[in-house]
Design a binder for this molecule. Structure first.
Ligand code: ATP
Ligand code: MG
Length: 347
């Protein structure tokens, strides 16, 4: 869809800014900050409302998102993901802590910080009576992008919506609205793009298109922060992943390191013999009989070599027809880590 001359990806390291604003801090305009986002000791308590009690949504969060990374923020419903994103975007005020976007303190220079970030919100909030062209123009105006720097049609082309430029937004499909929101978040060419559950309710084909676009933006230098419930997607897409639960970051690492941290594998054996029970030799491998010919084993690869399992299969006098290992997936890690953090909380 997009390429190196993509209007959404060129000039990404110089966000549109107020002419009168201070110069970017420390470095010159071509020097990138080490961290696109830096959060330390961040707390957010939503105030008590009517019937509801006060809610601690973020509890002392520290997070560093390296410049240029494709960063995944994972967590169950209510973990605090949107709260964190909305604070970065200047939509929610923090209760305590420090937040820097593109090395700009969001409290000291909120306007500049907002210019450095584009946010695609979780909710599909588009005014139905505007056309895509009008919406993007309006957004560019809000961010003070001067007329001669606006490339509304080129931006719409990049997200495949050029032919819908003058259609009412209410006539767009859900997937098209999602793409329009991505375009809207990118009109001021921010170096950091945040997508809050961009694929919720989006069909598989469109999801893949959206991810391809996200990858292209990332390759062009845009730092991406996304939240998703599709854990396997974060595994395939993100270079770093943070897991947040009950407002706390319980893990933050490279995707590879996070995958290595879990020490559990599953092995499915198909045998030619007809079984009625798990053979004694295989009992130590937490085996279960799935079918009269299929056994599922669970083991720790750090202490159990696969050879030991094959030896036990021989001891049991079984003939292997097929053998399949399941790679550890993020779902396992996620469950393990969240269980761990809950246990510590209760303990
Ligand atoms: N405006 C608000 N007022 C009061 N409480 C809020 C408000 N927004 C969020 N919360 C609460 O803060 C907590 C974190 O919510 P948040 O929306 O950040 O979670 P999330 O990780 O984005 O969840 P989801 O995956 O469902 O989108 C939840 O307990 C939620 O009920
Ligand atoms: Mg959310």
């Amino acid at each position: 869809m997009a390429d190196a001359t993509d209007p959404l990806t060129t000039d990404v390291i110089s966000p549109a800014r107020d002419e009168a604003a201070e110069p970017l801090p420390s470095s010159g305009p071509h020097v990138l900050p080490v961290h696109a986002v830096r959060v330390s000791g961040l707390c957010k308590t939503y105030r008590k409302t009517g019937r509801g009690s006060a809610k601690l949504a973020l509890d002392n969060v520290d997070l560093e998102i390296p410049c240029g990374s494709l960063f995944g923020l994972l967590g169950p419903n209510g973990a605090g993901k949107s709260t964190l994103i909305n604070i970065l975007a200047g939509l929610v005020t923090k209760s305590a802590g420090e937040v820097r976007v593109w090395d700009i303190d969001i409290t000291e220079r909120p306007r500049d910080a907002r210019a450095a970030i584009g946010v695609v919100p979780q909710e599909l909030s588009i005014d139905p009576f505007f056309t895509p062209r009008e919406l993007l123009d309006l957004q560019a105006g809000l961010f003070g992008v001067p007329l001669h720097r606006r490339r509304t049609m080129a931006v719409l082309e990049a997200v495949g919506l050029a032919d819908k430029a003058d259609a009412y937004a209410r006539t767009l499909s859900g997937g098209m609205r999602r793409r329009l929101l991505v375009a809207k978040a990118m009109v001021h060419r921010p170096p950091v793009l945040v997508l809050d559950e961009p694929t919720a309710g989006v069909d598989i084909e469109l999801r893949q298109q959206l991810w391809a676009h996200v990858r292209t933006l990332n390759r062009a230098g845009v730092t991406i922060l996304l939240t998703t419930h599709y854990l396997e997607e974060a595994e395939g897409l993100c270079d770093r992943i943070a897991i947040i639960d009950h407002g706390r970051v319980i893990a933050c690492d490279t995707t590879q390191a996070l995958l290595r941290r879990i020490d559990s594998k599953m092995l499915t054996l198909t045998v030619s013999e007809t079984l009625t029970a798990v053979p004694a030799a295989l009992a130590p491998f937490d085996a279960e009989l799935k079918d009269r010919h299929i056994l599922v084993l669970h083991y720790k690869p750090s202490t159990t070599p696969v050879g030991a399992i094959l030896g036990a299969v021989q001891t049991a006098g079984l003939t292997l027809v097929d053998l399949m290992t399941d790679e550890t997936d993020l779902e396992d890690i996620f469950l393990q880590l969240t269980r761990g953090s809950r246990a510590r909380e209760q303990g």
